[in-house]
Design a protein around this ligand. Structure first.
Ligand code: NI
Length: 227
């Protein structure tokens, strides 16, 4: 399941992130790549674990924790500290699949990447090209979102970032290990939760059928969740 989350960051949060990263020192993006990705990637990145990445990443993590759509769709167990990249004119990231397991350098923190996320951090009018293209069984989806918005997609998907032909593209990217490993199960739970919320608006949380459906939702999580 692919999901766009509009305005993950509000204007103040976006501004705070930009103030941190705009003055930070950037390095060659291949610092985090596997061997195959290193050949495919051409961009710049904030050093992993740098003070700027940590501060800006904390703002994003706080926003994620308060976002009901993210929580419902991802059912997150662990979120990798957000990383930041920028693509100048002529830069790109060719088709690849993200590494299955990510270690946080210098720590014993590691996650299985079930979901990949990109938060767009500048206005799409500031650059041409730079679409994130994600392949699934329905075809290729090209994503280019307003600053502050996010796309969430299965980390198992082939994806690429098209070359920038004008301007510069700024983004944050990271991975999530979900309590529910299977994308199909996560997707069903997300749809069930959304349907319950919609019905509850109409009938009230206390309606007996909604109480039962909510119970079913939690009992399915009980079946599927690995902690
Ligand atoms: Ni990737």
């Amino acid at each position: 399941m692919m999901l766009q989350i509009p305005e993950l960051l509000d204007p103040d949060q976006l501004k705070a992130v930009r103030q941190i990263i705009d003055v930070a020192e950037w390095i060659d993006g291949n610092a985090t790549s596997g061997v195959q990705a290193a050949m495919a990637k051409n961009n710049r990145q904030l050093p992993e674990g740098s003070d700027a990445a940590r501060r800006a990443g904390d703002i994003i993590q706080t926003a994620l924790g308060r976002n009901p759509a993210f929580m419902s769709a991802a059912l997150p167990l662990k979120v990798f500290p957000p990383l930041f990249n920028r693509y100048g004119t002529g830069q790109y990231f060719k088709t690849h699949v993200d590494n299955a397991v990510r270690h946080l350098r210098g720590t014993d923190f590691r996650i299985r990447s079930d979901l990949s996320a990109t938060v767009f951090l500048n206005d799409p009018a500031e650059y041409d090209g730079g679409e994130l293209s994600i392949e699934d069984t329905y075809g290729i989806h090209r994503v280019k979102l307003p600053a502050g918005s996010m796309v969430l997609y299965p980390a198992s998907s082939l994806h690429h970032v098209s070359a920038i032909t004008r301007g510069e593209r700024l983004g944050s990217f990271f991975w999530i290990q979900s309590m529910v490993r299977e994308d199909a199960n996560r997707s069903l739970l997300f749809q069930l939760d959304a349907s319950i919320q919609e019905l509850a608006l109409d009938k009230g949380q206390d309606h007996p059928a909604i109480v039962r459906l909510t119970g079913i939702y939690h009992n399915l999580i009980r079946q599927y969740a690995d902690l």
